[in-house]
Write a protein that binds this ligand. Structure first.
Ligand code: DGL
Length: 259
C-alpha cells in the first residue's frame, strides 16, 4: 500500500496523478487537516507532524511513502528517510530544474508557502539546477487556506493572484513553478493571467512516474483509504469541487486518523 500525505487537500493533486498511472495499486491518503496550513508554522512543528504521520502510515502497512507537500519535504524528508530506511520515500520539490531548462528569457519564478520560501533546501535546489537563470521566490500566504475552503474562483482571488504574479511576468519570468501542491487547484485562475506569457510548471505527473518506477506492488485491489486528522467527511466531500469525482467513487468515505 502506498501512503500519500499532505497538510490538507493539496496532495490530492499528486494522489490523482498516482492513481492514474497505478490504477490497481492500493492507496491511502492522509490529510493533516487539524494542522493545515503548514506554510505559516515553525520548522520544528512541521518536522514533528511529518515524522508522526510517517510512523502512522508505516504502522498501517504502507511500503512506500509520498510526501505530497513541498513544505513538508523541504523541512523533513531527510529525517523521514532516516526513520524508515527500508521504505522508499518520495518527496515533492518545486520543478525548478525543468523550468530553468525550458526558460528562454533566463528568468523563472517559484510560488511557494512561506515555510518553503525560507527553506535552505529550496535554495540548494536553485543552486544545483538553476545556477544560470534568475529565480524569484514568491511566498503566497493564504493561498493554501483558499483551497482548503474551496475558494477557487472569483474577483478577489484574481486580484490576489495578480498582486503576486503580475510583477513576476513584468520582470520577464517565462516559467512559473507551482511550489506547493495546493496551487495545482488554482491552475484555471492562474492560467487566466499567465496564458501566452509564461508556462506553469507542476510536478505531480513526474512524481507519479517516479512512484511507478519504484513501487514493487502495483497490482493491488485498487483500494483507496482517505484519512484526515480533523473533519474527515470534508475531505471526501471536497473531491467533486476539485474535479476529482472519479476518486470519490473509489474511496467510500473517509475516516479520522490521529497520528
Ligand atoms: N501543500 C503543501 C505544499 O506543497 C502545504 C501547504 C500548506 O499547508 O501551507 O507546500
Amino acid at each position: 500500500m502506498i501512503g500519500i500525505f499532505d497538510s490538507g487537500l493539496g496532495g490530492l493533486s499528486v494522489l490523482a496523478a498516482i492513481a492514474r498511472v497505478l490504477p490497481r495499486a492500493d492507496l491511502v491518503y492522509l490529510a493533516d487537516t487539524a494542522h493545515v496550513p503548514y506554510g505559516d508554522k515553525p520548522d520544528d512543528f512541521i518536522r514533528g507532524r511529518v515524522l508522526a504521520i510517517g510512523r502512522h502510515l508505516v504502522a498501517q502497512g504502507c511500503d512506500l511513502l509520498v510526501v505530497a507537500c513541498n513544505t513538508a519535504t523541504a523541512h523533513a524528508v531527510t529525517e523521514l528517510r532516516q526513520q524508515h530506511p527500508g521504505i522508499p520515500v518520495v518527496g515533492v520539490e518545486p520543478g525548478v530544474k525543468p523550468a530553468a531548462q525550458g526558460s528562454r528569457s533566463g528568468r523563472i519564478a517559484v510560488l511557494a508557502t512561506e515555510a518553503t520560501a525560507r527553506s535552505e533546501r529550496l535554495r540548494r535546489l536553485i543552486r544545483e539546477h538553476a545556477g544560470n537563470v534568475d529565480v524569484r521566490i514568491q511566498p503566497c500566504p493564504g493561498w493554501a487556506t483558499r483551497i482548503e475552503t474551496l475558494n477557487l474562483d472569483g474577483e478577489e482571488l484574481d486580484a490576489d493572484i495578480r498582486d503576486k504574479v503580475q510583477p513576476l511576468l513584468d520582470a520577464g519570468a517565462d516559467h512559473i513553478v507551482l511550489g506547493c501542491t495546493h496551487y495545482a487547484f488554482l491552475m484555471p485562475a492562474l492560467l487566466r493571467l499567465v496564458a501566452g506569457r509564461a508556462q506553469l510548471v507542476d510536478v505531480a505527473e513526474a512524481i507519479a512516474r517516479q512512484v511507478a518506477r519504484l513501487y514493487v506492488r502495483p497490482e493491488g485491489n485498487a483500494r483507496l483509504h482517505l484519512q484526515a486528522t480533523a473533519r474527515p467527511e470534508r475531505l471526501h466531500a471536497a473531491l467533486p469541487a476539485l474535479g476529482l469525482n472519479w476518486l470519490a467513487a473509489r474511496a467510500h468515505g473517509a475516516s479520522l486518523a490521529t497520528p
